[in-house]
Design a protein around this ligand. Structure first.
Ligand SMILES: Nc1nc2c(c(=O)[nH]1)N[C@H]1C(S)=C(S)[C@@H](COP(=O)(O)OP(=O)(O)OC[C@H]3O[C@@H](n4cnc5c(N)ncnc54)[C@H](O)[C@@H]3O)O[C@H]1N2
Ligand code: MOO
Length: 402
């Protein structure tokens, strides 16, 4: 007769949803103080306060073209066979505006970005002009008010243009400069300690002995943390021993959170799991997702600890859909695409299958094992198949772009 041992009822939540896991991790992270950084060093940081425009952009109504500025009413009906003739009374250059007023029958030569002189309300591009001596021009088309860029057309002084919480991408750093900020308030970088575990795990650069594996998780997770704007405190690697793990965790002093990889599933040597359950604190164990199901969140002496599974695809997918959004405050961005192939559903888990987007459709990458790291590297999409649902070819499907 087969007797199955019944495990004691856990005192912590198990099998939480991906959304719950993300919210629980977010709740364990400390609020981050504000610091000011020069704009040149602000890329990748998170804005800590709203940014207002110190000036309007454009700062004055200006020309969008090189040509002449005139009164549109003087040029109505102008065409090649019956051009309009205007007197040139000066010039307006970017940075050197024309000092006078454009009157009836008059124009000034003007260049892109130069202020529109008072009196003028329209532009004729240089391609449609013919000089008639130094002081007159013929227009083969009416001057167009549409070729004027209005003062404040982009933003006005005092407008709140960027909101706190925004990730400062390259274009947003450019926008902050246009708003007139030499320095910006950003959130302090989160200090994340990173530890990989496992007797078999070694760093590349040494010959691989039978049964060993190169530490791809530490390198991959470290790079992803840098992408998230975090300061990485590398704790290196610890073997499968509770004592070694405890000693390594002590090295995380001062970090805001510890990320580990490996040792969180069902095996006898999964000591990260035991350490948190028996001597630390557990917020949840196991997420209803594949890959990544065995992840465990908890704490050790006040330090939040997130134990990611050892399987390379599992740890990196958990990072994509739980860790990154929690660390950056930026939601997981997904788009709807048409599935070119079926994607398997799981009755009790959300699946994140690797896919390849081709011709606007998403195709199954094929090998979906949690140890097939190439599937993540070659893929450019994570296909989200919600619990209990499958995807047929032709169905719309939510896709996270990798
Ligand atoms: N009986 C069960 N076995 C397993 C279950 C289960 O529910 N019942 N879950 C499976 C799932 S799902 C996953 S994911 C893995 C996760 O296990 P662990 O977190 O305990 O990870 P390890 O056993 O330490 O390692 C798994 C695998 O990954 C390799 N590994 C570990 N660290 C690294 C690293 N830093 N770089 C590259 N590769 C690494 C390790 O050598 C193993 O091959 O458990 C299943 N088992
Ligand atoms: O779900 Mo595990 O995370 O299959 O490899």
């Amino acid at each position: 007769m087969l007797i199955l041992m019944s495990a004691p009822t856990p005192t912590f939540p198990m099998h939480v949803s991906v959304d719950e896991a993300r919210a629980m991790l977010t709740a364990l992270l400390p609020p981050l103080d504000t610091e000011w950084v020069a704009l040149a060093g602000a890329w990748g940081r998170t804005l800590a306060a709203d940014l207002s425009a110190t000036v309007s952009h454009p700062s004055a109504t200006e020309s969008a073209l090189d040509g002449i500025a005139a009164r549109a009413s003087d040029t109505l009906g102008a065409r090649a066979e019956a051009p309009a003739r205007l007197r040139v009374i000066g010039e307006s250059r970017a940075g050197v505006p024309f000092g006078g007023v454009v009157g009836a029958g008059e124009c000034v030569r003007i260049y892109t970005g130069a202020p529109l002189p008072p009196g003028a309300d329209a532009i004729c591009p240089v391609e449609l002009l013919r000089d008639d001596g130094p002081d007159h021009v013929w227009l083969a088309r009416p001057a167009s008010p549409g070729d004027v860029r209005h003062e404040g057309g982009d933003f006005r002084a005092g407008d709140v243009v960027m909101r706190a919480g925004l990730l400062l991408t390259a274009t947003r750093v450019a926008l902050a400069a246009a708003l007139g900020h030499a320095e910006v308030p950003v959130r302090r970088r989160l200090r994340v300690a990173l530890l990989s575990t496992g007797d078999e795990v070694i760093m590349p650069g040494q010959p691989l002995q039978p049964g060993q594996v190169y530490d791809s998780n530490r390198v991959g997770l470290g790079a992803m943390l840098v992408e998230c704007g975090c300061e990485v405190v590398s704790l290196g690697h610890a073997p499968d021993s509770p004592q070694a793990l405890q000693a390594a965790i002590l090295g995380a002093g001062g970090a805001d959170v510890l990320l580990t990889s490996g040792g969180v599933s069902m095996g006898k040597y999964d000591f990260m799991r035991d350490l948190l359950i028996e001597h630390g604190r557990v917020t949840f164990w196991k997420v209803r997702m594949r890959p990544g199901g065995p992840a465990i969140l908890g704490g050790w002496n006040g330090l939040p600890v997130f134990g990611l599974p050892g399987n390379p695809v599992s740890s990196l997918v958990v990072f994509h859909v739980i860790v990154r959004p929690a660390l950056t405050g930026q939601p997981v961005q997904s788009v709807k695409l048409r599935a070119a192939t079926p994607f398997r559903g799981l009755s009790d888990k959300t699946a994140f299958w690797r896919g390849v987007i081709r011709d606007g459709e998403v195709h199954d990458y094929g090998q979906q094992g949690s140890g097939i790291l190439r599937s993540l590297s070659d893929a450019n999409a994570l296909i989200i198949v919600p619990e209990g649902l499958g995807v047929q070819a032709g169905d719309p499907v939510d896709v996270v772009l990798l």
